[in-house]
Design a protein around this ligand. Sequence first.
Ligand code: NAP
Length: 491
Amino acid sequence: MAAAQARGSARDPRVVIIGAGMSGLLMGIRLKQAGIDDFVILEKAADLGGTWRENTYPGIACDIPSHFYSYSFAPNPGWSHWFAPGGEIKDYFASVAQAHGLPARIRYNSEVAEARRSDGTWRIRCTDGTEMEADMVVAATGVLHHPRMPDIPGLSDFRGACFHSAQWRHDEPLDGRRIGVIGTGSTATQITAALVPRAGQLSLFQRTAQWVFPLPNPEHSRFARWCFRRLPGAGRAWYHLTRLLFQWTFSRAVLGHNLAHRMLAGIARRNLERSVRDPALRERLRPDYEPFCKRLIISPDFYDKIQQPNAELVTAPIERVETEGVRTTDGRLHALDVLVLATGFEAQRYVRPLQLINERDETLEEAWSGGARALRSVAVPGFANFFMVAGPYTPVGNYPLIQTSEIQADYIMAFVERFRNGEASRFEARPEALERFVRDMDAGSERTIWRTGGCQSWYLDERGRISMWPWSFERFRREMRRPQWQEYTVS
Ligand code: NAP
């Protein structure tokens, strides 16, 4: 990267963005749109796309309508389905990146090992030894990124193929084989629905039952796609319709026992009653907590598929894995050829394991020893000029991350602009502002369904604190419109 340019008293900041997923690309686009060229996106893998590059399991699709799961400035009239398949979403991000001239800015196979701030500069070192300097670092490393491997005895003894859902082994044949899936989250249910028609036998190992919401996933007709292409207003109208629908229904429903919750919870409950014929199976599929406590499963056909003759729901707890398959505590051995671990992600890792070290030689790990916290989700006291997109407290219940990332990227751009205008060169979150923010978040989360719904989920950290935005999306947008500068030390 070039040294910071002098333009009178103004300087273009040198920016390093970590991650070429949805948020990192977005941050790059915002810098480009502002005419700032001195930035690089460091991507640890050989391709862009973040979660959509890593998750390639059979059945993968977005559970947010695709016209809404798009950048607001880059509509895609060509989405094939209401909920597009994962590969299509990854291609969408690649084409937007291309259209904004980002590929030349992305440095692949560049995993950041350490970022250390001294003398007013961030010094970044990648695992391959490459080093660079930056005035600002923006971590866009994703929320659900580090696979969580289950702590099940004997896992390594299994003689068949065993892999995490985010590390799919595409060389492993599936048709006609005995497949086991551990987990019942969004991932496992999509895999189950896709593989039951292909497997000889599919065993789904359920530790906790899930509520399932039956939304169909039709193709957009040729006429609809023609309209989206030829009548830009149609695409915008569809975008805003979905936005309003989400805002007032799925996103509201997590906030408390309101009308949206009663309505949608009722649909999920009726779905179970109507879709599962065998009363014994229905009881085993019935969660003992409230809908929306865990992330609601969106699936039109999970119940249908789990009732097929070659599918089995296993609810006896897993005792261990053996060479031939999974042994449950009732003594049964479930013989398998393939074992899929759809066991979720370490949602509280955020930017770690990268070593972030501040001017006082303090690491982010130390700063977060009491839990990951960030002012307005983007800044950590002690770590000047370091920002995060999709940091702690980001996800707004059931709302697409792409919308919150756009708001956060614009918020971070306000710091970039002040730096560039020569108004200031150092921005640090004030500890007392973070304390106030966290108190607000904790108080707000008390009445959410995540807290009152009676379940465990990845929304809670290891101390049982909720690391989600506990208010409405409108409030998120309002509070993040621009930085409240008194919350920062600016110099
Ligand atoms: P998840 O929701 O965290 O589910 C993990 C599953 O694995 C749970 O059923 C969990 O059981 C089970 N599990 C974990 N450790 C286990 C163990 N040792 N033994 C037995 N079972 C174990 O993970 P996910 O399904 O990958 O989904 C994560 C998030 O990704 C979702 O909530 C959603 O936000 C997102 N996602 C979105 C889409 C989409 O369509 N947009 C698709 C997939 C995922 P317990 O419930 O008992 O802990």
